[in-house]
Design a protein around this ligand. Structure first.
Ligand code: SF4
Ligand code: SF4
Length: 513
């Protein structure tokens, strides 16, 4: 049994996990219409492969990946494509994105699919390609294309795969449920990932507030074909941050600006492991996911199997929404989630929870007061940052100081905001500051590129001018050399003589005498 380690900071908000009855999977059914954004992952949006009016089968490719950092999109059921247009998508800014609307025919007809008969005999690159083709993006919330993460061994040799079953965010129980119900699939998915990465060691990290999931995972891991260890550790938010979990399970710290791969470690989510198993063993693309529908404004909270593209307003009906009780819808949990501007947005590959609280349950935060420099935020920060300093620099839009104070290490966990007695929405400032820095870096890349293009053009023009000048000089020198040798008439003198003769001939013709 390995020792577990502690992390700096952290908090203990009310868990509220029992509300969604973890351990049971409910079926959300097929809505009349699905809305499928072409961008449900980090990277370039996928490229459409179907048009309006086309009938498709479940599992059929709707949009292909556009480059390495992109994933394809597949039909979650059979139906007809009825629109392709911008629609609101789940995003803190309430932005719109190109979406494909699928009118479901209710027949749920699927393409025939099959997986690898024995994946242990397949080369890693073949399996990575199958994972890419299945459209899998990290299901813990980040949405990074899984196939790209599996290229980590190109960066450094890998030795450990961690399956992150922490799910430390209050209210959410989708991973807990998956671990209780589909532990064997998670373990098989983890073994496939370990085979691809060439690692011998698999660690499953689970907080000790999930005893049923721990028991199920231990039983499943006992039957695995390679060393697997299920590690329980004390419940504390946000132990599920990738860097925090690595420190808890291994005692090692991912350096600032670094990646787990720099330590020879890759982390994956239990849902991603199941999606990998389904793609490799059954040839099934990612078309649905487990979503926790919870909050006291729902009569039937629970963990629902939901087809991607299902509008949240449909799910609210399924879960018995009581509108009088509710003021806001939250995509994700109360700590890291964001308020949705519209219930028409669909479930996407990164949707792990829809929180529908009553006003009494999760009151609207009071107005922010001035910072009293109490330092509680720094004590709570799991990344050992100075949140109040970051807050000042974010307000001042001081990019240099924000970078010097390691804003990029902020995992946006919200622990600082949660403890702040002045109710300052600190994370919102950090998100805006990160956006500002990303925009300014993108702008610098754009201006560096156009400066590079301008300089290359100037250089080419100078080369061409110099080459033309050199040719002229060479011709002049050759002519002068010839004239000096007396071997040929001077071309300039000859041209003058020809012009003179022509003029005299014209004068003679016009003189009748
Ligand atoms: S917790 Fe709030 S009030 Fe206290 S130092 Fe941090 S930002 Fe200021
Ligand atoms: S949101 Fe960022 S600054 Fe605040 S506690 Fe979390 S990691 Fe630290």
């Amino acid at each position: 049994m390995n020792t577990v380690f502690g992390i700096h900071g952290g908090i203990h908000p009310p868990e509220e996990k029992a509300l969604s009855n973890p351990g049971t999977i409910l079926d959300a059914g097929i809505p009349p219409t699905l809305v499928l954004p072409l961008s449900q992952h980090i990277g370039k949006p996928s490229n459409l492969e179907v048009g309006v009016g086309e009938h498709v089968l479940g599992g059929q490719l709707l949009a292909a990946a556009d480059g390495l950092v992109s994933v394809p999109l597949h039909a979650p059921t059979s139906g007809t494509v009825t629109a392709i247009e911008p629609r609101p998508v789940p995003h803190p800014s309430g932005m719109e994105n190109i979406c494909l609307e699928l009118s479901c025919d209710g027949r749920a007809q699927w393409l025939d699919t099959s997986g690898f008969a024995n994946w242990t005999e397949e080369k890693p690159e073949v399996l990575v390609e199958a994972i890419r083709a299945a459209g899998i993006a990290g299901m813990g919330g980040a949405g990074f294309p899984t196939a790209v993460k599996l290229l980590a061994p190109q960066r450094a040799p890998m030795h450990t795969l961690i399956i992150n079953g922490t799910e430390c965010e209050p209210y959410i129980t989708a991973d807990d449920t998956l671990m209780q119900v589909e532990a064997a699939c998670i373990v098989e998915g983890a073994e496939i990932l370990a085979h691809i990465l060439g690692v011998e060691r698999i660690l499953f990290g689970v907080e000790d507030n999930k005893p049923a999931a721990l028991a199920a995972m231990k039983a499943a891991a006992d039957g695995a074909g390679r060393p697997c260890e299920v590690m329980a550790f004390p419940t504390k938010y946000p132990s599920g941050g990738e860097k925090q979990l690595i420190e808890i399970l291994t005692g090692k710290q991912v350096p600032t600006g670094g990646l787990p791969a720099d330590l020879g470690i890759v982390c994956q989510n239990p849902g991603t492991a199941v999606a990998v198993r389904d793609a490799i063993c059954d040839g099934k693309p990612l078309t649905d996911r487990l979503v926790t529908l919870t909050g006291r404004a729902l009569a039937r909270p629970g963990n629902y199997r939901v087809r991607l593209g299902t509008p949240i307003e449909y799910l609210l009906q399924v879960a018995g929404f009581e509108p009088k009780e509710n003021r806001r819808l939250i995509h994700g949990g109360p700590m890291m989630g964001f308020a949705l501007e519209s219930s028409s947005v669909p479930v996407v590959k990164t949707t792990n929870c829809i929180l529908v609280p009553t006003e009494q349950e999760l009151p609207t935060p009071p107005p922010a007061q001035a910072c009293i420099r109490c330092g509680l935020c720094a004590e709570a920060c799991p990344a050992s940052l100075l949140p109040q300093q970051l807050y000042w620099y974010a307000r001042a839009r001081d990019q240099e100081q924000l970078e010097r104070h390691h804003l990029s290490d902020c995992i946006e966990c919200g622990a600082c905001s949660w403890v702040c007695p002045s109710h300052i929405p600190l994370v919102q400032y950090y998100r805006a500051a990160k956006g500002m820095i990303a925009d300014s870096k993108a702008e610098k890349v754009r201006s560096d590129r156009s400066r590079g293009r301008f300089e290359a053009r100037q250089e080419r023009l100078e080369h061409e001018t110099a080459a033309r000048e050199a040719q002229r000089a060479a011709r002049r020198a050759a002519a002068q050399k010839k004239a000096a040798e007396g071997g040929a008439e001077d071309p300039v003198a000859a041209a003058i003589a020809r012009a003179k003769a022509k003029k005299e001939a014209a004068a003679n013709e016009s003189d009748p005498s």
